[in-house]
Design a protein around this ligand. Structure first.
Ligand code: TXA
Ligand code: MG
Length: 358
């Protein structure tokens, strides 16, 4: 067991003292959880193979699942990649700091532990003052997966990190809840046009507009079980409860969720419903735990509260979670991806059924 020290830090203007302390821990090969704009990351010095191995041990993460390297700014790219495609710099200039991760050829000094022996690696510059201050103070790129045990829900609050990893890591910098709430978009520049390996905080539409062509979408970004990005296994982001994802026209979706909740709660099964705020009146008569995560007209809000909503339902001790889909526009694609994985493929597709109100 390690002692895990938790420091409160102002997310906008982090106090230099805990940042300096966390940076010395990183330089000594330790593990520091820190907020990014997407989710909390579990950081180690990216150029220290032993420190990086510590991440895998703490998370119980299989070694075939490579890590993202976090940089303080675009100039750090030279340290970790080689033969940069010109498009990488254009994307970086436009989207960094921000939730876009680029798959690029790796430089020889990057430990193979990070890249799972692949010739490619992933990098991003996070848009969070605490993350940027930490990378700058540590004076090294930081390898960081999401700060959760492998296969569990990603943390958007420091408390989630503490629950999952206390006793296994050295420091948690608590900068409050994260803003985006879903992880970065992983974009491979090894294809033309580039391929989205994992939908995330930067939408497919925003990338299409910048690229002038729609990026390809890897099969795992839908309901398929293909695995183009090594870490995108279907059983991922899993709460303890069994999750079922409902897709289709809103009234059909809600009616099916309502009927299933009635069927399950009758013999006493504890049921949680992950919904939009607008859905609450239609479900309020149920004896189920209703967890609205935001308005269906504000998907940034839904993304921000998505993982905390799943965590809260787990905490409430429900055995089954019925979650609704939010479509595929904008952040909807990343939301569907995470919910599909949380549901381990248990997706109830009502897309073809007619809306009874039409
Ligand atoms: O928002 C985020 O990206 C967060 C914060 C902490 O930055 N990080 C994160 O890391 O989500 P992680 O390790 O949970 O997810 C990294 C994803 C995995 O799906 C992994 O398979 C993929 O990036 N990846 C990493 N290196 C890769 C590579 N060389 N080729 C293809 N995919 C790669
Ligand atoms: Mg993760």
């Amino acid at each position: 067991m390690r002692e895990t020290r938790v420091f409160q830090v102002d997310p906008q203007h982090p106090d230099p003292a805990p940042i300096r302390y966390a940076a010395t821990v990183l330089q000594a090969g330790g593990l520091v959880a820190f907020p990014t704009e997407t989710v909390y990351g579990l950081g180690a010095n990216a150029l220290d193979a032993r420190a990086v191995a510590g991440i895998f041990a703490a998370k119980e993460r299989p070694f075939y699942d490579p890590l993202i390297v976090h940089l303080a700014d675009v100039t750090g790219l030279a340290q970790v990649t080689q033969s940069l495609p010109p498009l990488a710099l254009e994307l970086a200039a436009h989207f960094w700091p921000g939730p876009l991760t680029l798959v690029l050829p790796k430089a020889p000094q990057v430990p193979t532990e990070i890249t799972a022996d692949s010739a490619t690696m992933t990098v991003r510059v996070p848009a969070h003052p605490v993350a940027l201050a930490l990378i700058a103070a540590a004076q090294t790129p930081i390898a960081a997966p999401s700060a959760n045990r492998f296969g569990r829900i990603s943390p958007t609050h420091a408390q989630h990190v503490f629950t999952d990893l206390a006793g296994r890591i050295d420091v948690i910098l608590d900068g409050g809840p994260t803003r985006v709430g879903v992880e970065s978009t992983v974009l491979s520049l090894l294809t033309s046009p580039p391929t989205i390996l994992r939908p995330g905080g930067i939408s497919r539409e925003a990338l299409a507009q910048f690229l002038g062509v729609a990026p390809l979408l890897a099969a795992s970004a839908s309901v398929s079980t293909a695995l183009p990005s090594p870490g995108t296994t279907l059983q991922h982001y899993a709460p303890r409860a069994r999750v079922f994802l409902y897709c289709g026209p809103r009234p059909v979706m809600l009616a099916a969720m309502h009927a299933e909740a009635v069927r399950l709660t009758a013999p006493g099964v504890r049921v949680g419903l992950l919904t939009a705020i607008e859905d609450v009146p239609a479900l309020a008569d149920l004896s189920a735990v209703i967890q609205p995560v935001g308005s269906e007209d504000a998907l940034d809000e839904v993304a921000r509260h998505l993982f905390a909503g799943l965590h809260a339902l787990d905490q409430a001790g429900v055995a089954v979670i019925l979650a609704r889909d939010f479509g595929t526009a904008g952040l909807g694609l990343a939301i569907r991806d995470r919910l599909t994985r949380a549901a381990a493929g248990r997706v109830i597709d009502l897309e073809m059924q007619k809306d009874p109100e039409e």
